[in-house]
Design a protein around this ligand. Structure first.
Ligand SMILES: Cc1cc2nc3c(=O)[nH]c(=O)nc-3n(C[C@H](O)[C@H](O)[C@H](O)COP(=O)(O)O)c2cc1C
Length: 189
């Protein structure tokens, strides 16, 4: 776990066949609220990776993009969540009394985001055990275009994208990455 660092520069070496599918298969065992089946994945390789970058990083932005080696990543996984699945699940007999099935607004902690994060982290850890590098990164305002491109049902919302591949030798730290982590004493109330 302490070994894991986000990787933003990849070689173009592909993953072995089915390697990314196996990572998603491991993420099937992630914890999820009420054991709800509300998470889906887009597994992008080859041309689909090219399309992803064409949609999310136009030519102008690409010229000044600080991590061009991120675009070498042979595989991308988008993690999606469906809040409606959670409302349905929490309307079932064993959960009905929580009132959470009635409206998304009733959720002080919307578990679809929590579960999506758990699933994404499972993939990052599994990738690390496979000696792969990975980056979890945001989709920002490209969500709807990606949904159209990859035919994702409208009710799904994006958690983010995971780039997977083999780390290149030199990694350029992001501004965020170079911030110090707090000590254990500072973190425990
Ligand atoms: C929810 C979330 C969103 C993130 N978004 C981005 C992003 O858009 N671009 C990026 O380069 N890194 C992104 N990161 C990676 C963080 O910058 C990184 O995890 C943090 O700086 C700590 O570095 P480390 O994971 O290498 O230890 C994101 C991480 C999380 C958990």
């Amino acid at each position: 776990m302490t070994q894991r660092r986000m990787v933003r520069n990849f070689t173009d070496e592909p993953l072995v066949p089915n390697q990314a599918r196996n990572l998603i298969n491991l993420a099937r065992s992630s914890p999820r609220a009420g054991n709800t089946e509300g998470i889906r994945y887009s597994l992008l390789e080859g041309e689909n990776v090219e399309t992803y970058w064409n949609i999310t990083l136009n030519e102008n932005a690409r010229e000044s993009f600080p991590w061009p080696g991120l675009l070498n990543a042979p595989t991308l996984i988008i993690v999606w969540v469906n809040p409606k699945s959670y409302l349905q699940r929490y309307s079932e007999d064993d959960k009905k009394e929580t009132g959470l099935g009635e409206d998304e607004k009733n959720w002080s902690t919307p578990y679809w985001w929590v579960d999506g994060g758990m699933a994404a982290m499972s993939i990052l850890i599994a990738a690390e055990s496979d000696n792969l590098g990975s980056l979890f990164f945001g989709i920002f305002n490209h969500e709807n275009s990606l949904k159209r491109e990859y035919s994702i049902p409208t009710e799904y919302k994006a958690i983010g994208t995971i780039a997977l591949g083999h780390p290149a030798k030199h990694q350029r730290a992001s501004k965020s990455t170079s911030r110090e982590r707090a000590t254990l004493e500072e973190l425990i109330f």
